[in-house]
Design a protein around this ligand. Structure first.
Ligand code: GLY
Length: 310
């Protein structure tokens, strides 16, 4: 398989973190390309913004939302301002967010023309009884709340399915989804993710990112997980929930992530990376792609950012 199995550069241990010391992990996607200097700086900015909120007593949910907002705004990743086009020339974005105390979650899929799908996902969670809104009606919902518009205009391409079906491929190497997991002072965890999808998507394609249990999951009884990579495989193995279930059974974050990503590769040739934060503060960053842009900060020293966790 094309995927490479990597060990984490660093795994935290519960002994190093007091019970409710806040911590934030972010990522900017898993794939083949090295992280750029600008992307590293974007991840550090997201860690600083999110961690300072946690440090001042903010919730894990808000830290995750605001860290992802920074990454969406940057235009450096495949999310928000940097979202890729589907084959008809339209940017359709997905996002989701989940909080581990109440198990509340919100998501939007295939939204167009808004700058911050993660904010729309949180609004679905907090202002409705639903978990997910999709397509033009999710966009209309975001417009009702006057969410900031996407900076780029859409120019639709008229391509027939005859043409598009010859172009679609899951072998695209640029992923670049963004995501975050956090634990706040109360010990609550949260997870979130936002994406413009993958290369050469059919119009209407939705990946793992807005699907609770696939792209993200958060439960104070286990931990928080945010996935990146090719969504089709992540969906088929419900990866985020699977990792959380293993945490709940007592597995260490690195062991849970390693086993589930190994299964993803061996059973269905998937390609993914993950942020895993157990509710006791132990964590792991792991990928089976050559690289994953990611980082973490617990307020000590400077934020750690890298693109190879092995
Ligand atoms: N993981 C992002 C996607 O497949 O859309």
């Amino acid at each position: 398989p094309h995927a490479k199995f990597c060990l984490p550069a660093r795994s935290g241990s519960s002994a190093e973190l007091k019970p409710a010391n806040p911590i934030l992990l972010v990522h900017g996607g898993a794939g083949r390309r090295p992280m750029t200097v600008a992307q590293a700086s974007g991840l550090r900015d997201a860690l600083r913004v999110g961690y300072h909120l946690l440090d001042r007593g903010g919730s894990a949910l808000t830290a995750v939302e605001q860290a992802i907002r920074v990454l969406e705004q940057s235009g450096l990743f495949n999310a928000g301002a940097g979202s890729r086009l589907q084959l008809d020339g339209v940017r359709r974005m997905d996002a989701s967010i989940m909080e581990g105390d109440s198990l509340r979650a919100g998501a939007v899929a295939s939204v167009e023309g808004i700058a911050h799908p993660i904010v729309a996902a949180r609004l679905v969670m907090e202002t409705t009884d639903h978990v997910m809104l999709v397509g033009p009606l999710a966009t209309k919902f975001a417009r009702y709340f006057k969410l900031e518009r996407h900076p780029l205009r859409t120019i639709r391409r008229r391509l027939s399915y005859d043409v598009m079906l010859t172009r679609k491929s899951l072998a695209g190497e640029r992923h670049g989804t963004v995501g975050a997991v956090a634990r706040d002072r109360s010990g609550t965890v949260a997870a979130g993710a936002s994406t413009g999808g993958i290369d050469r998507m059919l119009p209407g394609r939705v990946g793992d990112t807005p699907l609770i249990g696939c792209g993200v999951y958060a439960d104070n009884q286990s931990g928080a997980v945010a996935m990146t990579g090719i969504g089709e495989g992540i969906i088929r193995m419900a990866v985020a929930k699977e990792i959380c279930d293993r945490l709940a059974q007592g597995a260490f974050p690195a062991a849970a992530a390693r086993q589930v990503l190994k299964n993803l590769v061996t059973r269905i040739q998937g390609a993914a990376g993950t942020l895993v934060l157990a509710s006791d503060g132990r964590f792991s960053i792991l990928h089976v792609t050559p690289r994953m842009s990611a980082g973490w900060w617990d307020g000590k020293g400077e934020p750690t950012v890298g693109d190879r966790f092995q």
